[in-house]
Ligand binder design. Structure first.
Ligand code: ADP
Ligand code: TRP
Length: 326
């Protein structure tokens, strides 16, 4: 049984890209592995500066995950800031990280290019992420392709720490699924909370329908074959098995297909897959105390694991001087 671990930022409503890129795999992993999953609200501080928004996003992300099938009894599920030991280990790890490593981070460079101010939190984001993974002994880390470099940095940090101070941390393996690497948004760019092109999983029926009907298409005439290398085809494929994908490709190639009909079908597929989770989501939003209780229990389990790794790191670095309490 492997320890599978990943986190997601509570930076807005969760969408189909998050679901197919990471969440659905996490939920499957819980059956046969020791799953550790958390909502990274410390990381979200790099972009959110509104107390109420962060609180509601954090709880919503947790409720979304549970509604979609993450079982807090089978896995360890918590809110990052409830295990503040990650901040101490971020400091310990930051002493083996050269500036060059952080300077190369493409995600940081992208954010600067989009006009964000470079503060230290944003710059050292990858060290906090490494700490999230190493402090809980994560062995396998399921993420979308955009997190690949952060995972490589985590591995570098673990290897470097172990080399200098002795074998304390497990060097994790990334788990990136080839087929759903990048789910397109309704405009054909990567689906993202920050691009306004997403299809939320738990939005209102009307807004979700509107998003599906707005998926960008080309001006190919009805009596011409249609291109399958398009967001409409790719989004529909997420809901199909291999045989069904081949059938859909045939329909695209056969003249007579109307994009509007395909969009309606796709909306029906979405609805059939996600409607059953809406009732549970509704229930959870009316029972927030239950959710919070489960998250606290999760943080206690996670905290116990963190304490062991942290003590080993402190010991290895020489911070536990002549401790008479042992
Ligand atoms: P966003 O870009 O919407 O802010 P996050 O950065 O919070 O999403 O990503 C959370 C998880 O979902 C990560 O593992 C990320 O790789 C994955 N993910 C996000 N968007 C997509 C997408 N369009 N396709 C596939 N995976 C995605
Ligand atoms: N940086 C990740 C993202 O934006 C979120 C994250 C934080 C994470 N800590 C993590 C993912 C640890 C995996 C493991 O998606």
């Amino acid at each position: 049984m492997k320890r599978v671990l990943s986190g997601i930022q509570p930076s807005g409503d969760l969408h189909l890209g998050n679901y197919f890129g990471m969440m659905s795999r996490m939920i499957k992993y819980q059956e046969q592995n020791d799953l550790f999953c958390f909502i990274v609200n410390y990381h979200a501080l790099t972009t959110i500066r509104d107390k109420d928004l962060l609180v509601s996003n954090t709880l919503n992300a947790a409720m979304d995950f549970i509604a979609l099938g993450l079982d807090p009894e089978k896995s360890t599920f918590w809110i990052q800031s409830d295990v503040p030991q990650v901040c101490e280990s971020t400091w310990l790890l930051s002493n083996v990280v050269n500036l060059g490593l952080l300077d190369r981070a493409t995600s940081y460079k992208d954010k600067l290019a989009r006009g964000m101010t470079a503060n230290v939190g944003l710059y050292s984001y990858p060290i906090l992420m490494a700490s999230d993974i190493l402090l809980f002994g994560g062995e396998i880390v399921p993420v979308g392709k955009d997190q690949k470099q952060h995972l490589e940095m985590t591995r570098d940090i673990a290897i470097r720490f172990n080399k200098i101070f002795g074998e304390v941390f497990i060097v994790p393996e990334p788990d990136i699924e080839e087929s759903n690497q990048l789910v397109p948004g309704i405009d054909g760019q990567k689906m993202s909370k920050s691009y306004g092109n997403m299809i939320p999983i738990f939005g209102s029926e009307k807004s979700i329908r509107k998003q599906f009907m707005s998926i960008v298409t080309d001006s190919t005439e009805i009596d011409e074959p249609k291109d399958t290398d398009t967001p409409l085809f790719q989004l529909y494929s997420l809901f199909l098995d291999e045989g069904e994908k081949i059938e859909l490709a045939e329909r695209f190639k056969t003249p007579g297909l109307r994009y509007g009909d395909i969009k309606k079908e796709l909306y029906e597929c979405f609805w059939a897959q996600f409607e059953p989770f809406r009732e549970k989501r509704e229930y959870l939003s009316n029972h927030k105390d239950f959710v919070i209780k489960k998250l606290i229990e999760g943080s206690e389990k996670a905290g116990a694991v963190a304490d062991t790794y942290l003590q080993n790191a402190r010991e290895a670095m020489g911070l536990n001087y002549g401790d008479i309490r042992v």
